[in-house]
Design a protein around this ligand. Structure first.
Ligand SMILES: C[S@@+](CC[C@H](N)C(=O)[O-])C[C@H]1O[C@@H](n2cnc3c(N)ncnc32)[C@H](O)[C@@H]1O
Length: 181
């Protein structure tokens, strides 16, 4: 996320959520990036009344994330499989303004499209951090894996604003900055 803010050719602030917005973060890990998103949308003590649902599948990561959430009201931790609409649905009662997916698991673009089409509001910002190494080797080399992912995005209701190649900052990583139609 930080690398893409440095690398974008557009106004980086357009990729960040606004104060008070409702956000979904898949692949929260121990909350490194989530804590910065919290600074943007909540402020100290959550005086802006923002909300971030921070999802991770790893109990180990969740242990630390829960401690961060205690200190930062506005972040809600969820131990769940981010690919499952059934597991996420009970915790998302209205569509979100901003969505970031950073999952180290195959089928990242398919998951991103499925979750965006279900939970991201029209005009909402969707950011996909795509890791070439997390896709299946059987899909081909890294370039081919990125092409496959881009095609999945292009065939969806998302519009790609920018494809940000993070080479030199994060190897084999691309961030797709998208908007829901
Ligand atoms: C690259 S790390 C995320 C780093 C984090 N976004 C940050 O910037 O600090 C990827 C995370 O995805 C999580 N993950 C992998 N598969 C997942 C799944 N199916 N559902 C939820 N989280 C998953 C891993 O546990 C890991 O914490």
């Amino acid at each position: 996320m930080a690398a893409s803010l440095l690398r974008t050719k557009n106004d980086p602030s357009e990729m960040l959520p606004k104060t008070g917005e409702n956000c979904l973060y898949l692949g929260a890990s121990i909350g490194g990036t989530v804590s910065h998103i919290h600074d943007c949308i909540c402020g100290s003590g959550n005086h802006h009344k923002g909300h971030i649902l921070a999802v991770d599948i790893s109990p180990r990561m969740m242990r630390d994330l829960v401690q961060l959430c205690d200190k930062r009201p506005g972040i809600v931790p969820l131990l769940a499989d981010a690919r499952s609409i059934t597991e996420l649905s009970p915790f998302i009662n209205k569509k979100v303004d901003w969505f970031h997916q950073d999952l180290s698991v195959a089928d990242q673009a398919k998951t991103f499209v499925k979750i965006s089409e279900k939970f991201l509001k029209s005009g909402g910002v969707g950011l996909l951090s795509l890791k070439g190494a997390s896709e299946r080797v059987s899909e081909g080399d890294i370039k081919k894996r990125f092409e496959n992912a881009e095609k999945i995005l292009k065939d969806s209701r998302l519009r790609i604003i920018e494809r940000i190649d993070l080479r030199g900052l994060e190897e084999h990583h691309i961030l797709f900055n998208c908007r829901m139609e």
